[in-house]
Write a protein that binds this ligand. Structure first.
Ligand code: THU
Length: 156
């Protein structure tokens, strides 16, 4: 039997260690949490996506009485960006969450469906989409979504 270990490198930073562009994206993701519509979970997620053309698109989770119809903050941002700017590469995505009066302490991580959706645009763009997972004081920096989706499903 063969055994393989898949490593994931996460750089753990304080907000002050981020570059100016990264700080701006984090702030925009945090701000986007205020636009979540979450009557069922009361868990407010915000995402901010930097495109190669310099545009920053934000998204927030939108829930629905028919639960599966709701969508995550990340997908609301990436699908909007792809629909508005087809063919423009995604560079970096920041994700933040707010619950019970404050930003969550532990960095929030995208769900499996969002990881798969982000991967598709990473492949289309031909270069890694960097991810910033924001906690209250700490930010996880991840170089490319593949680090969060080992053994991903790949049809093309
Ligand atoms: N949610 C996101 O928006 N992004 C994630 O990465 C994880 C979960 C949303 C879905 C739902 O509206 C709420 O958070 C609670 O699961």
């Amino acid at each position: 039997m063969d055994e393989r270990i898949i490593d994931t490198k996460i750089r753990v930073c304080s907000y002050n260690e981020l570059g100016e562009d990264e700080k701006k994206l984090v702030e925009m993701a945090k701000d986007a949490t205020s636009r979540a519509y979450v009557p069922y979970s009361d868990f407010h997620v915000g995402a901010a996506l930097l495109l190669e053309n310099g545009e920053i698109i934000t998204g927030a989770n939108q829930e629905n009485a028919s639960f599966p119809a709701g969508t995550c903050a990340e997908r609301s941002a990436i699908f909007y960006a792809a629909a508005q700017y087809p063919g423009v590469r995604f560079v970096r995505l920041a994700i933040a969450a707010w619950q019970k009066g404050d930003f969550v302490e532990e960095p929030v991580s995208p769900c499996g469906v969002c990881r798969q959706a982000i991967l598709e645009y990473e492949k289309l763009g031909g270069s890694p989409i960097d991810v910033l997972l924001c906690g209250r004081d700490v930010v996880y920096r991840i170089d490319g979504i593949r680090a969060l989706l080992p053994l991903s499903f790949e049809e093309f």
